[in-house]
Design a protein around this ligand. Structure first.
Ligand code: WTA
Length: 645
């Protein structure tokens, strides 16, 4: 057995699951005993879902970076923590050993300190996928600063909103980032975000692309200069050290913004101990990680998947984690397979949208690629359709790699429902069984548990969770009430996920998708209200309504119905203008795939937009639109149907 808390048989899964539910305190207390604490906790769990108030390992003191790095130095100093594969395959690979990672994180923690960053301060990180991004994240954790990583695809306006919401005073960024053939000028975007900003004190800029950048005296500093100076401070007689801040178990570790059903993204807050334990526990169990294996999670560190399964989970388990800077289709559609071959990857964790898009290139890109190192495959981010699941199984896993379909959310920190690779059964398109500590329940609109099976013998309802697991979100930054209303108020004493699910006789869950106004586009969460707000900011737009529709590659596409009374350009030009506005306000990831100009929207007499009807039209349904007699102007439905794009 490699890890004391690793489940190694189906039987043990059932035993552990039962224990985690019957006696969560002793179960999680045992798991937590495998980590490094500066002071042991007083109580394992205090909670109620009404406020909500959730505290794990209260009274315990620790630092997550000592668990992710220092703890491994005695036995694994020369083992790779990270392998970095650059965007350009011709460029040199970088291997970051645990000893090197320790030094860089200490050095960067010193840089933060030198620049005035203190425990509890919020640091925004906006970088490409370079090892320095991980150093920045861990450097913050080392001194107890709260990091807030923003995905490189978000616009200046989105960054400005997040900086403001988090009250951030520090930024770490790059001059630019490589994405295939493109160079994204990250520092320029930050400069735009900072026009008029009065709270940011320092911007630390790492040089990646040597893109020309403006550097404001007194505010902007170069990463390289700062690191060089710090090196002399942390290293004495060849010994590297920077004291890890003693953190309370429930101190915040990071904020990560995510979309909900309202217009404004919310800052999900995770805390030190629970997050650490949940990511390590799920990493080791879901992927059945064995020391020495190479784990390749293709997500960006700007999303929760990258936080939990590129950085914290793998490092807490002393694993080797691959950081890939590039994109799956450059220089060609065989890039993932090249990376697997070159680095002898054992575990590949990616999104269904990537699988579907690579499927579209046929089998040629696989020719000559040695995928025999692969042992386990995983998917995350959206429901995986059976066709993609079988392609992944046959052509990538060669039918010998278990596939884990991992269902979870930004709010859950790590996987909640998934098979455990090779241990519990897999079923195509089913996330299957809950992790120990996770108690799902399916409820109807009124919050009553669903007990009636449908004609296929399945239970169907809204997916909720009955009790806290260590990784559950604690609050939404600066607005606890919002956390309560969003997640804990729909159904009393339950955490509501926003997803719908089916449950079969074996107790397996199948996630059917969001039941709220949140879209899942290429595995990215986007709120329809957020996109509508952005479209409505465009001059000439009177009103808009956004819905999702099935998209072969992206899973869901964005369909916008727009009332426009401006007179600039033809329809095509107007569409392009609107896309430009959305790109400015949110970022290119939120651009609608389709825009239909309409003269009215289907509304009830009380003025509520009937999205159900729009969704059906966007899906191509023309007949069964349901009852439209309650509409203010039933006539618009016919017009919208006829004008479908
Ligand atoms: C969806 C990503 C089906 C779901 C980790 C959830 C999934 C949202 C799966 C969270 C899966 C994630 N099967 N749906 N295996 N994994 N989802 O916060 O709708 O970016 O609520 O977290 O993605 O997206 P988020």
């Amino acid at each position: 057995m490699s890890y004391p808390y690793q489940i190694t048989s189906l039987e043990q899964y059932h035993i552990d699951y039962k224990k985690s539910v019957d006696d969560p305190e002793s179960f999680w207390g045992d798991v937590a005993g495998n980590f490094l604490w500066k002071k042991k906790w007083d109580s394992v769990l205090n909670w109620n879902f009404t406020e909500p108030k959730i505290e794990w390992f209260k009274g315990g003191k620790l630092n997550i970076t000592e668990n992710c790095i220092d703890r491994h130095l005695a036995t694994m100093a020369d083992k790779p923590a990270f392998i970095w594969e650059p965007n350009n395959p011709e460029e040199r690979v970088r291997t970051v050993t645990y000893a090197r990672l320790h030094k860089r994180v200490c050095q960067f923690a010193q840089v933060l300190k030198n620049n005035g960053v203190k425990k509890g301060d919020r640091v925004c990180i906006y970088m490409g996928m370079v090892p320095e991004l991980a150093y920045a994240v861990l450097g913050c954790a080392r001194i107890g600063a709260v990091h807030s990583v923003i995905f490189g695809g978000f616009s200046a306006q989105s960054i400005a909103d997040r900086l403001d919401d988090a009250g951030a005073e520090f930024i770490v960024t790059c001059d630019g980032a490589y994405r295939g053939e493109k160079v994204i000028p990250l520092k320029n975007v930050i400069d735009d975000a900072l026009i008029g900003n009065k709270t940011i004190k320092k911007v630390i800029v790492y040089t990646r692309t040597r893109t020309p950048v403006s550097m404001i005296k007194g505010r902007d500093v170069w990463w390289e200069d700062e690191m060089e100076y710090a090196e002399g401070q942390i290293e004495k007689d060849g010994v590297v050290s920077f004291p890890a801040e003693e953190m309370n178990a429930e101190d915040p570790l990071f904020i990560l913004y995510t979309s909900g059903s309202t217009g404004k993204p919310k800052g999900v807050v995770h805390t030190v101990a629970g997050y650490m334990i949940w990511t390590a526990y799920t990493f080791v169990n879901v992927f059945q990680y064995k020391p020495g294996q190479v784990h390749f999670c293709t997500a960006d560190i700007g999303w929760i998947t990258g936080h939990s399964y590129i950085v914290y989970g793998p490092l807490a388990a002393g694993a080797t984690s691959l950081i890939f800077e590039g994109i799956p289709t450059w220089p060609d559609a065989g890039r993932f397979w090249d990376v697997v071959d070159k680095h002898q990857v054992n575990i590949l964790y990616t999104a269904p949208t990537a699988i579907r898009s690579l499927m579209g290139f046929g089998l040629d890109p696989l020719k000559g690629k040695d995928l025999s190192s692969l042992k386990i495959l995983g998917t995350v981010g959206e429901p995986i359709n059976e066709e993609a699941w079988h392609w992944y199984n046959e052509h990538i896993g060669k039918k010998k790699c278990p596939i884990v379909d991992t269902w979870w959310q930004t709010e859950t920190a790590g996987v909640l429902i998934s098979n455990l690779a090779g241990i519990t059964p897999a079923k195509a398109s089913w996330a299957t069984l809950p992790m120990p500590g996770v108690q799902p329940i399916l409820v109807d609109e009124n919050g009553n548990e669903v007990t009636e099976k449908d004609e296929h013998g399945l239970l169907k309802g809204n997916l909720c969770i009955k009790a806290p697991w260590p990784g559950i979100l604690r609050t939404t930054y600066g607005d606890h009430e919002r956390c309560r209303t969003n997640y804990f108020a729909s159904y009393p004493n339950l955490y509501f996920t926003g997803d719908g699910a089916l449950k079969n006789e074996e107790g397996f869950y199948r996630i059917t998708g969001r039941v709220d106004d949140v879209l899942n586009v290429s595995g990215h969460r986007i709120g329809t209200a957020e996109v509508e707000n952005a479209i409505n900011m465009h001059a000439g737009v009177v009103e808009s309504a956004v819905v999702g529709y099935p998209h072969d590659i992206k899973g869901q596409g964005i369909y916008a119905f727009v009332i426009y009374n401006g007179h600039h350009g033809d329809e095509n030009m107007r569409r392009k203008d609107i896309l430009q506005t959305v790109t400015r306000v949110i970022g290119a990831i939120a651009k609608p795939d389709k825009i239909q100009f309409v003269t009215g929207l289907p509304k009830t007499r009380s003025g509520k937009i009937m999205r159900r009807i729009l969704r059906k039209i966007a899906e191509g349904e023309t007949e069964n639109l349901g009852d439209i007699s309650t509409l203010l102007e039933p006539g618009v439905v016919e017009e919208i149907k006829n004008g479908k794009v």
